[in-house]
Design a protein around this ligand. Structure first.
Ligand code: NAP
Ligand code: SF4
Length: 676
């Protein structure tokens, strides 16, 4: 056992199983669950995490009935044949020494199917169909479906089940007055609203006996109007314990909540206060979750006695070896989840196979492998941004001799800019990871290296990889060279002072980031209390849904964000994160003007007009204009090298600036490393 994290690595004895440590892999829907032919890939995905040392794995959610499908033909555990298919998963995980529980999820009104059912006929803002309120008989058969699903899980070899009682799915819908307006024995009072989950637990325990793990994932903060109060949540936990639950896992927010719960701007371990409060009222183990991504954070939570277990979901997509690395005091080798959602949740909700921005092998374990090479080559990689770094470490890991040439005095490329944006501090962890991997894999790094084509051609390399990145686009606006104009890079690196009134040209991801950067004082991470005030989050036990009136801090500058296209702002932002950036700019009073023509920039400010006839001429009186008009590829070396007869591989922004995207860059670098 490592002395660094003694609590995290200590076993936990439960009635039915002993967990080898306190790390639970939280449930994630990878989209591999939905198709039977992906079951071997899913088993490989879980097995890699089990070999990586995790104590208990919880699968993605399986519906106990077709009525509970999250979408048509989504995964379900309905028959003996389904259970039999799952044996490949349970066997693989058990062989690697971990335990595994099947999560049972019934979508209720969030099921995107025409015959969806719910506690009451209250339509979800997330789906197109009005649900039918379950009759009393319907409730009884839904409880029976859950019990049957648990029995099938047991016959499939699962050590237990987790009942999904959070995130606004069916059980949570019964619990919250927002969605349960029944007046019979299953609604009305808080005690009646609790009956549905408590009956499921009682009957599952009765059917399966003591030798089976029952976890319950509880919403500790609904973050919706007319959600549960914390007093009601405590009462539920006590009843669940009495009914036979072994572990309470915790959950924060509903999918429709307008409070961010897992993105990178949420402070680490932001919701552990709720977990600690709940733990004081029960004797069964309680598991903390949300924005816990490094072992020291997890250990502190356990040390304070705020929780007994730690749930990590996305951090185990990012690094399957997370637990083993913590145990071996190799924390600096952890590939940290930066909570970007770009390859995980954004994929879940667009029905693409989930992966991870910083680890493209996630959910592709059988398809993307970095196997030892039999023919070690000499490889030059030019550019130490995300694409070049992932290519370099991937190739070196395979046994190639890699030298990395970077013109700047540090590695990181666009990540070195991103880490300076308030709320994106986690990007520093990725740079730390890459730096350590370069050392471990023996890549020779040349900084301040302005490599020429001639030098590369003379190097007699077997392979040359160009990952030279991008330069900011300079739009053709009269006055663009006026001293009041800064590129976003100059702004973020704080190379020049910026006044109080600022116009931002271009409203892509960087325009949004820059607008946020301009409105806040300093670029340090927000403290938890500030963040709670910003979003109207309270720990008051009587407040419904744990919500109060938001009190955002005032913007320190007047910012105007502009785009040429008409229509809404921020449509290019991530599916699960875009609304947060839009809400933040609204809260900071950032003026947004679309459909503009940029006429010129002069001492009076930025002159704009509208439409093809250049009408409505207006001057935006500002001290500075920040240009965020996209990028252009830097690939001058490519043609020069090809003229000299050197074949090159072009990756990342140097290959495609229009889609400048770290997810694509890292995946491209890793795939190239697997192929060379
Ligand atoms: P971008 O998304 O391509 O946006 C640049 C914007 O500048 C365009 O939407 C365009 O809008 C405008 N523009 C383009 N050419 C122009 C010109 N000649 N004159 C004036 N305006 C022009 O690029 P980005 O904002 O630099 O972001 C780059 C990439 O970084 C994104 O693709 C994204 O993947 C990533 N990123 C994402 C986030 C996030 O999701 N939160 C944050 C940062 C970066 P109009 O033509 O309508 O004006
Ligand atoms: Fe974490 Fe981003 Fe990877 Fe998702 S894609 S696991 S949020 S680093």
């Amino acid at each position: 056992m490592s002395s660094d994290f003694p609590r995290l690595l200590s076993p936990l004895e439960l009635k039915s199983v002993t967990l080898r440590n306190r790390v639970v892999m939280g449930s994630m829907h990878t989209n591999l669950e939905d198709r039977d032919w992906h079951i071997d890939r899913l088993a490989a995905f879980f097995a890699e995490r089990a070999r990586g040392g995790v104590g208990l794995i919880v699968t993605g959610g399986y519906s106990p009935s077709r009525e509970g499908w999250l979408w048509p033909f989504a995964c379900a555990m309905l028959t003996e044949a389904d259970a039999e298919r799952h044996r490949v998963i349970t066997t693989a995980v058990h062989e690697a020494g971990a335990k595994i529980a099947l999560q049972i999820i019934h979508g209720g009104r969030d099921s995107n199917i025409p015959n969806n059912v719910a506690a009451s006929a209250v339509t979800s803002p997330l789906v197109a169909f009005e649900p039918k309120a379950l009759s009393e008989q319907g409730i009884e058969s839904t409880i029976a479906d859950h019990v049957r699903c648990a029995e099938l899980a047991k016959s499939a070899g699962y050590d237990g089940i987790e009942l999904m009682g959070g995130e606004g799915f069916l059980i949570n819908q019964f619990l919250a007055p927002h969605t349960n307006i029944r007046t019979d024995g299953w609604g009305g009072s808080a005690a009646n609203r609790r009956r549905f989950p408590v009956e499921i637990v009682k009957r599952t325990r009765a059917a399966l006996g003591e030798n089976f793990l029952i976890m319950f994932r509880m919403s500790l903060a609904d973050f919706i109007e007319d959600g549960q109060t914390f007093e009601e949540i405590i009462a539920l936990a006590k009843e669940l314990e009495a009914a036979g639950v072994d572990i309470i896992n915790t959950d924060i927010g509903w999918h429709e909540s307008r409070v961010p719960t897992i993105v990178t701007s949420v402070p680490r371990a932001a919701f552990v206060g709720y977990t600690a409060k709940l733990k004081a009222h029960v004797t069964i183990p309680v598991c903390a979750s949300n924005r816990i991504n490094m072992p020291e954070v997890a250990e502190e939570i356990l040390e304070r006695g705020d929780a007994d277990l730690i749930s990590l979901a996305r951090p185990l997509l990012a690094d399957p070896e997370w637990v083993n690395k913590a145990a071996a005091s190799r924390v600096d080798e952890i590939n940290t989840c930066i909570a970007c959602n770009q390859a995980c949740l954004d994929h879940t909700f667009t029905r693409q196979t989930v992966s991870c921005l910083v680890n493209p092998r996630a959910c592709h374990e059988t398809l993307l492998q970095l196997l030892p090479t039999r023919h070690a080559k000499r490889v030059a990689v030019v550019g130490a941004g995300p694409a070049g770094l992932s290519a370099a470490i991937g190739m070196a890991e395979r046994g190639h001799h890699v030298e990395l040439f970077e013109a700047a005095d540090k590695i990181g490329g666009q990540f070195d800019l991103a880490r300076r944006i308030p709320g994106k501090e986690e990007f520093s962890e990725s740079i730390r990871y890459f730096r350590r991997k370069l050392e471990l894999t023996g890549v020779t790094v040349h900084l301040n290296a302005h490599t020429t084509a001639e030098q590369l051609a003379a190097g007699d390399w077997d392979e040359v990889v160009l990952a030279t990145g991008v330069r900011p686009r300079v739009p053709d606006i009269p006055g663009i060279d006026h001293p009041m104009v800064l590129s976003y890079q100059e702004l973020i690196r704080e190379e020049r002072p910026v006044g109080r009134r600022v116009a931002v040209v271009g409203a892509g991801g960087i325009g949004f980031d820059v607008s946020e950067f301009l409105t806040v004082a300093g670029n340090t991470a927000m403290k938890l209390e500030e963040w709670q005030a910003e979003w109207g989050v309270t720990e008051d036990e009587q407040a419904r849904g744990q919500l109060t009136t938001p009190k955002p801090s005032p913007a320190i500058r007047e910012v105007t964000l502009l785009q040429r296209k008409t229509g809404p702002f921020g449509t290019s932002l991530g599916k699960t994160t875009g609304w947060i950036h839009r809400a933040t700019l609204d809260a900071k009073g950032v003026e947004q003007i679309g459909g503009v023509n940029y006429e010129r920039i002069d001492d009076r400010g930025l002159h704009i007009s509208f439409g093809p006839n250049r009408e409505g001429l207006r001057v935006i009186d500002v001290d500075n204009v920040i240009v965020c008009a996209g990028q252009e590829s830097v690939r001058d070396l490519k043609d020069q090298l090809e003229t000299l007869g050197v074949r090159v591989h072009l990756i990342g922004g140097a290959d495609e600036a229009g889609e400048l995207d770290a997810k694509r860059a890292i995946e491209q670098g890793t795939r190239l490393a697997a192929e060379i």
